[in-house]
Design a binder for this molecule. Structure first.
Ligand code: ADP
Length: 249
């Protein structure tokens, strides 16, 4: 009773692939306003869990609640509208659209597929002020009007972040926000996430433990589709079970 009700809560989540349990009875409580990291060795079930939370996969069993809403089995677009948004994948960016156009379309509620008709989209320009603000927040002001296809990798990832923020989500999910980045871009991305999250709840899958230590309030360590340990980074990092899991058993 002395702890606040979690904004996002999973109970008994299971996902089977032909009888194999990639996620095997996961309970997850994400406190409002916290940064919660999902970590674990390769094959632990992090991506599958992430896809269950965002509706990209349907659970075999279990529930996911966002505030008063049950999300399990709902489609991703509805889940995003209820307030749980994931950073877009680079593969969904349109090479010839500029960052500004991407963000304006996202603010108008257009989805990736709708972007194909952007030339005739009357929504473009309707949200120009907010678009400029978001582009500024993620550091893309100087690259707002070049084709997204010509952006460097780190800037494409910044654009994805702006697109997720355009939905103004209650909970922001970040899928390996520093994957494939060099040390400098990793540092920049950590600072960027600190700046843009603005008190918002964040759930992230992250391999880089220095990123986890500088961003996460709590960490859930997965192994073989189950929760191995949960707690603050400072507590879990020396846990012998976690060390063993990473060394392989
Ligand atoms: P992680 O993201 O932690 O590396 P994943 O969630 O990608 O782990 O995978 C967990 C386990 O589930 C792995 O053994 C993987 O091979 C299996 N798996 C994931 N997706 C599928 C799928 N679509 N079909 C069959 N097995 C899958």
């Amino acid at each position: 009773p002395d702890r606040k009700a979690p904004v996002l809560a999973a109970r008994g989540l299971v996902r089977e692939f032909r009888g194999f349990r990639a996620v095997d009875g996961v309970d997850l409580d994400v406190a409002e306003g916290s940064v919660h990291a999902l970590v674990g060795p390769n094959g632990a079930g992090k991506t599958t869990l992430f896809n269950l939370l965002t509706g990209f996969l349907k659970p075999t069993a279990g529930s996911v609640r966002l505030g008063a809403h049950e999300l399990a089995g709902r489609p991703p677009e509805l889940i995003a509208r209820l307030g749980l948004a994931r950073s877009f994948q680079i593969t969904s960016l349109f090479a010839e659209l500029t960052p500004r156009q991407h963000v304006e379309l996202a603010l108008a509620g257009r989805t990736g597929l709708g972007w194909r008709f952007w030339r005739s989209d009357k929504a473009l320009g309707r949200h120009s002020e907010r678009a400029a603000e978001l582009l500024g927040q993620v550091g893309l002001d100087d690259h707002a009007d070049v084709p997204a296809g010509s952006l460097a990798y780190g800037r494409k990832r910044a654009l994805e972040l702006a697109l997720a923020l355009a939905l103004d989500p209650k909970v922001l999910l970040l899928d390996e926000p520093t994957a494939g980045m060099g040390v400098e871009d990793v540092g920049r991305t950590v600072e960027l996430i600190k700046k843009v999250r603005d008190g918002r709840t964040v759930v992230m899958v992250e391999h880089n433990m220095s990123v986890v230590s500088s961003l996460a309030d709590r960490v859930t360590v997965l192994q073989h589709g189950q929760v191995l340990v949960e707690g603050p980074y400072a507590e879990i990092r020396h846990d012998p079970r976690v060390v063993t899991a990473y060394l392989g058993d």
